[in-house]
Design a protein around this ligand. Structure first.
Ligand SMILES: Cc1cc2nc3c(=O)[nH]c(=O)nc-3n(C[C@H](O)[C@H](O)[C@H](O)COP(=O)(O)OP(=O)(O)OC[C@H]3O[C@@H](n4cnc5c(N)ncnc54)[C@H](O)[C@@H]3O)c2cc1C
Length: 371
């Protein structure tokens, strides 16, 4: 097994790193303080080709999974908030359009979404159905040729600015299906914005549906659960890469601070207690990266990578939380102050323990896969 990067992968990583350093990092704190959808940045990430990386040529660039994860990690190193909004667009915001649309609809929505000119949102979670998506109560009913959707969704990333919505709804006693709904459809309401502790520049809202006419069904009736299974490993690896990005940012900041901060007449890096923190952070980061890359490598070779992706996501998100926590200890009072990004990393990183399946759900899935 060779986990070294190809020249092309290195170029992709370096390109996204430069972009994150020049365009995202300098405004990350400001976006957290006064949350607003970073439209300009979102479009620039589109210009880099990020939203089409996982889709085949000629529409996308057909990048391999590891290249995509390297780009995600660099964006998240810049700001987990910005990366979360962009990552949503690159996968769940557009995946169903890629898979199930053609002709005029594809030209009008999918292709502009690849440049960031159109914004997509995914509506699955409901007030009473989070981890248990099979329990959603939003329903779709046929009226002649069309489907009308009624129900309430919540925690919808980018909803306040989205041009189209991919909606999970019940189409029978046990059948779940996905639908496309466009902004401006009758009966569609963008509800309350959710005030969050972290990833604050990635806007999140409730979305209401009152007999909303769907533009079309995405896939076949009852194909919803199968679609979710198909895209699950990718969602988990994407979240692992988000965790790697914020974890690495915290580690690098803490390492630099340990060099420059002096106490008892020497840099605090000279104290074994601080060295132990840095060593544990480095081990956590490296293990998380190896697990994530290994799962990507395995999936690219056609293997079923569901178990590896679940393990990588569980480990990477929990490791990133530990890394941010240790960084806060090294910064001590300055890690508690808004003047440094450490407290933001700590607030942001918690998202990676929820999105793409909570740690508890992942443990249940991993345990099931052991037999
Ligand atoms: C910032 C952010 C953005 C999001 N964006 C989107 C989006 O764009 N679209 C979307 O549809 N959703 C989105 N979500 C929602 C997210 O997918 C859900 O929050 C997640 O699936 C968990 O659901 P829940 O919060 O309702 O928790 P619950 O499912 O209510 O879980 C509560 C607790 O019980 C545990 N638990 C539940 N079931 C089990 C079980 N079987 N075994 C063991 N433990 C269990 C959970 O791990 C958790 O600890 C977003 C969430 C966040 C935080």
């Amino acid at each position: 097994m060779d986990l070294s990067l190809s020249d092309e992968q290195r170029i992709i990583r370096d390109t996204f790193h430069r972009f994150a350093a020049q365009e995202i990092r300098p405004v990350a704190g400001q976006l957290d303080e006064a949350p607003d959808f970073p439209r300009e940045l979102f479009a620039k990430v589109g210009a880099l080709g990020f939203y089409g990386m996982r889709y085949p040529e000629p529409e996308g660039s057909g990048a391999d999974m590891l290249s995509y994860l390297l780009a995600v990690e660099e964006l998240a190193w810049g700001s987990l908030s910005v990366a979360a909004a962009c990552a949503m667009q690159s996968l769940m915001g557009t995946w169903f359009l890629h898979r199930f649309t053609e002709g005029e609809l594809r030209e009008r929505l999918f292709l502009p979404a690849l440049t960031g000119a159109a914004i997509g949102a995914i509506c699955m979670t409901e007030p009473d159905a989070g981890s248990d998506l099979m329990a959603v109560t939003t329903r779709a009913e046929t009226r002649g040729d069309s489907w009308l959707i009624s129900g309430a969704k919540t925690w919808v990333t980018s909803a306040p600015v989205a041009d189209f919505f991919t909606v999970l709804a019940r189409t029978g006693e046990t059948a779940l299906s996905f639908f496309l709904v466009e902004r401006g459809a009758d009966g569609l309401t963008i509800g309350r914005s959710i005030e969050k502790m972290g990833v604050r520049a990635s806007l999140t809202s409730e979305v209401g549906f009152e007999e909303v006419p769907a533009t079309c069904m995405l896939g076949d009736p009852g194909q919803g659960a199968a679609c979710l299974r198909e895209v699950l490993a990718e969602i988990r690896l994407l979240t692992a890469a988000l965790a790697l990005g914020v974890g690495r940012a915290a580690f690098e900041d803490a390492r630099a601070y340990a060099d420059e901060r002096r106490q008892f007449d020497r840099p605090i890096r000279g104290f074994q207690a601080i060295q132990a923190h840095l060593a544990e952070m480095a081990v956590d980061l490296e293990a998380a990266r190896r697990m994530t890359w290994w799962a990507a490598w395995h999936g690219e070779r056609g293997g079923d990578s569901a178990q590896e992706a679940a393990m990588a996501k569980l480990h990477a998100s929990e490791a990133a939380l530990r890394i941010c926590e240790r960084a806060a200890r090294i910064f001590a009072s300055y890690g508690y102050a808004r003047d440094y990004p450490i407290e933001r990393y700590l607030r942001d990183v918690r998202f990676t323990l929820i999105g793409g399946g909570t740690s508890e759900i992942l443990r249940v899935n991993i345990a099931r896969g052991l037999y």
